[in-house]
Design a protein around this ligand. Structure first.
Ligand code: AHR
Length: 834
């Protein structure tokens, strides 16, 4: 049997090889077999063989290349990969079917089978365009690998190639082991470890300026962060625009969601003829045959109201049949108790807005809003809204005060908006168009939120800019680079059929790109343009803010697949912004990981175009953060600056606890050290509401009554409230030389120019204390008093909070014992100051 296989293979080789071809790389040639699992669920794997009959999997079936086509996770498939090495330049070309039907071809090329170029997707018929013309002969065959029959392609190659593959995977596995290090293993890893002695030497006269915007916040409408969250509106589905398509064609998620009719003699219908505005096509028609029945809204998991407080009610209405009349508007709790009541009059035959104030007589967490016409007839109702008057800073159409204050307390230097994936959307048609998020609420364009719900966009660009101003944060809007999310699963209006309708990054058609580029420029004008002389500046003024918002940054793209389609569109937008607004810092994008094709290609494009800053994202384990503290030390100072736009420590089960918070604190000491090239960072995601969570961990959890910051929040808070403008060089010497120990103790010292304060940050990820001597060398005598803030706890602790206390310094040299598992900030007041 074996012999037959071998003979068959030789025959195939002879057929495939040109007459003069010879086997490459003699005398060390071996057979290389490339394949992927037949169900499409794996990446490109290899096996090798000396004789073509007995096969050894390379690196236990390691995936050397994965398909990027299709929606998140298991939606990405690789079927029947064919690997072809060009004789001309030795490059490896891989072609595979990205869909089970085979209609979508995926292609990439590599110099070494390790680094792959960005993937190209094309109709299957275009195969010949991509396959090399002069490949090393290959033969298709079935092979048994570890008891499993695999389909693939076999060819001869040098053993050095196989060895390189093995070494690469070994290195990855070594990294993987490091990444998986966690505190649960500490009793073994640090068995018998005694408290460590440390000297932290700070060179007070050796400083470098660092970014003033290092700590910021990432806002995305995920986990009900906006509607039902930060946006203070209490009525759910106020615009009757919920649609089954918001939520995977869920028929219960429709225009009547959250609404009900209480009592007999009335029916609720949804109509779309003659709406208030075409952007808001659905409205309710309450047909009241017998007065007494009421239309009710249960809010977002109930409406929370407080005794004595006032709530602004408003609605658009018209009397459709009948003369109309008085309509009672009230709040009722779960037990049927009346909490507030007022009356509005609906008699207009045209849409008309009514406003009233409800003053609440008792606390409730389960109130419903009740609208009860007193006269029989047909009433058209839309934009039914209820806001607490106590919003953050009392803004109309404002933000929930307690949540907004929790964000403000972080002292964020910037705020990103509207995401994340929400910025570039699920398919081209779902790209966040900023213009649909401004202007009168009834004319805004609601959107499907790709996290599976609905965005009213009541918290739109105006409210966002206003909030940034209110908390002293620079706005950092992020706009799509003319392409949707690389994990899109939804078809776009123009891409149907082309690539099997997978919704994969197709890009706005080039003929529409001019208008799109103009939209980007218009956003800058909306933020900064003259209130009288510019179109969009005027709109800002009409919204109540004639002064410019002083926008300085704009992000283009969000962890996109870096393809030609992306590069072409990004370049267009980048050049246009650079030309019209050279003062704006454009932030490019480098994919969703700290390595890989998008990261490399994203950086290459940024370098080519001289993009001022790029947005990096990585969600990693605490082990990764511990072992990669030198990540930015290695960065070329002459290239783009970095915005670490999304990051977080992820542990199995995705908790936010002392372990994740301290590993983030440790990594941030390294980021501060590199604050000359890392300009901004933002933990992601920011907010998550009780029972509506799509992504964990988040920085702040909340429900209708409570705000629950995580331990990770306090790491951000301690950094945000203790940022500096200058980094003072420092070095830590430990009496313990073990690598595992050294990597778990970090320090960063900065100076805040405004106050002159010196801020020492000390992080200890060890299970024992670190008795440190801090030496502030060469500086002026410092004030003997300081404030010390310590965050510490058991690694699994999710409730820990920082504790601040006074701290007397003995002089420029002082001792401080870092508790086991702790993050300490010592803020030393400058001489004479305080
Ligand atoms: O932060 C959650 C998501 O993570 C963001 O929307 C996206 O950019 C990233 O993949």
């Amino acid at each position: 049997m074996k012999l037959t296989n071998l003979l068959n293979f030789c025959l195939l080789l002879i057929v495939a090889m040109p007459a003069q071809a010879k086997v490459e790389n003699e005398p060390d040639s071996v057979f290389l077999f490339s394949y992927a699992h037949v169900d499409g669920g794996s990446g490109l794997k290899f096996a090798w063989s000396i004789d073509g009959t007995k096969w050894l999997p390379v690196a236990d079936g390691f995936d050397y290349l994965k398909s990027d086509f299709g929606p998140w996770g298991s939606g990405k498939k690789m079927f029947r990969p064919q690997l072809l090495q060009s004789r001309k330049d030795g490059k490896w070309h891989c072609l595979w079917a990205a869909t089970v039907t085979g209609e979508t071809l995926a292609y990439t090329v590599s110099p070494d089978l390790l680094k792959w170029s960005c993937q190209v997707y094309a109709p299957a018929g275009e195969r010949s365009k991509y396959a090399p013309v002069d490949p090393v002969p290959t033969a298709e065959r079935k092979t048994m690998i570890e008891g499993r029959e695999e389909d693939g392609w076999m060819q001869k190659t040098s053993y050095a190639t196989v060895e390189r593959l093995i070494r690469f995977a070994d290195h990855k596995k070594y990294r993987q082991i490091q990444n998986e290090e966690c505190m649960e293993q500490d009793p073994v890893r640090f068995a018998g470890l005694e408290p460590v002695e440390a000297i932290v030497r700070v060179r007070m006269n050796d400083a470098k300026p660092i970014s003033e915007h290092l700590i910021g916040i990432f806002f995305e409408d995920i986990n009900y962060s906006a509607d039902g969250g930060l946006y203070a509106e209490l009525i759910q589905n106020r615009d009757f625009e919920y649609a089954p398509t918001d939520r995977g064609n869920d028929r219960n998620w429709n225009s009547t969601h959250s609404w009900s009719v209480q009592g007999d003699g009335a029916t609720l219908n949804i109509r779309t003829d003659a709406p208030i505005h075409p952007n808001n096509p659905h409205y309710a028609v309450l047909d009241v045959r017998q007065p007494g029945a009421a239309l009710q809204n249960a809010g977002f998991d109930g409406i929370v109201v407080k005794k004595g407080e006032k709530y602004d009610f408003s609605l658009f209405s018209k009397a459709m049949k009948g003369k109309g009349g008085k309509v009672k508007v009230g709040l009722v709790d779960g037990a049927g108790r009346k909490l507030a009541q007022t009356v509005v009059s609906v008699s207009s035959k045209e849409w008309k807005q009514q406003r009233a104030v409800l003053t609440v007589t008792a606390d409730a967490v389960d109130a419903v809003l009740s609208i009860c016409p007193q006269v029989a007839g047909e009433y058209a109702l839309d934009m039914i809204s209820l806001f607490p008057q106590k919003t953050f800073k009392g803004r109309k159409n404002g933000l929930r005060a307690d949540l907004a204050q929790t964000l403000a307390d972080l002292h964020p230097r910037f705020m990103r908006f509207p995401g994340g994936c929400v910025a570039h959307g699920d398919g081209v048609d779902n790209i966040y168009d900023w213009k649909g998020s401004i202007g009168p609420l009834e004319a805004r364009k609601p959107m499907r939120n790709l996290w599976g719900y609905h965005q009213t966009r009541g918290l739109g660009y105006f409210e966002y800019f206003q909030f940034c101003e209110d908390i002293g944060a620079e706005p950092v809007p992020v706009l799509a680079a003319g392409v949707p999310c690389q994990n899109s699963g939804t078809c776009s209006h123009h891409s149907k059929g082309e690539l099997g309708c997978m919704g994969q990054q197709g890009g706005i058609p080039m003929e529409e790109m001019g208008a799109y580029v103009q939209d980007v420029l218009d956003l800058i004008e909306y933020a900064n343009g003259d209130a009288k002389k510019t179109v969009w500046g005027r709109k800002r003024a009409e919204a109540g803010h004639p002064r410019p918002f002083n926008l300085k940054f704009i992000g283009i793209g969000n962890e996109d697949l870096i393809t030609d389609i992306f590069a072409e569109r990004f370049t267009m937008i980048f050049n246009a912004v650079k030309e019209k607004y050279p003062e704006i810092t454009v932030i490019g994008t480098t994919g969703p990981f700290y390595e890989g094709t998008d990261y490399e290609e994203g950086w290459a494009l940024a370098t080519k175009l001289d993009v001022p800053m790029v947005d990096e994202h990585y969600y990693v384990s605490p082990g990764w953060l511990i072992h990669n503290q030198d990540f930015y030390d290695r960065y070329d100072r002459t290239k783009s600056k970095v915005y670490l736009g999304e990051y977080a420590a992820h542990l199995p089960g995705r908790p936010s606890n002392i372990e994740t918070a301290l590993s983030e604190a440790l990594y941030l000491t390294a980021v501060e050290r590199n604050g000359d090239i890392v300009s901004m960072t933002s933990y992601a995601p920011l907010l998550a509401k009780g029972r509506h969570i799509q992504w964990s961990p988040d920085l702040i959890y909340f429900d209708n009554t409570e705000v629950k910051p995580t331990v990770g929040y306090y790491t951000q808070l301690m950094y945000g409230q203790n940022s500096g403008n200058e980094y003072l060089f420092s070095a830590i010497d430990l009496d313990n030389r073990q690598e595992a120990v050294k990597k778990r103790v970090g320090a960063s010292v900065v100076k805040e120019n405004e106050s002159g304060d010196i801020i020492v940050k000390l992080v200890n990820l060890l299970p024992v204390s670190v008795r440190s001597q801090v030496e502030l060398d060469g500086g002026a005598l410092i004030h003997p008093s300081a404030i010390k803030t310590v965050l510490t706890g058991d690694p699994k602790d999710k409730q820990a909070k920082p504790v601040s206390s006074g701290f007397e310094l003995s002089g420029n040299n002082f001792s401080y014992e870092m508790p086991a598992y702790s993050f300490t900030v010592i803020r030393i007041h400058s001489t004479g100051n305080r």
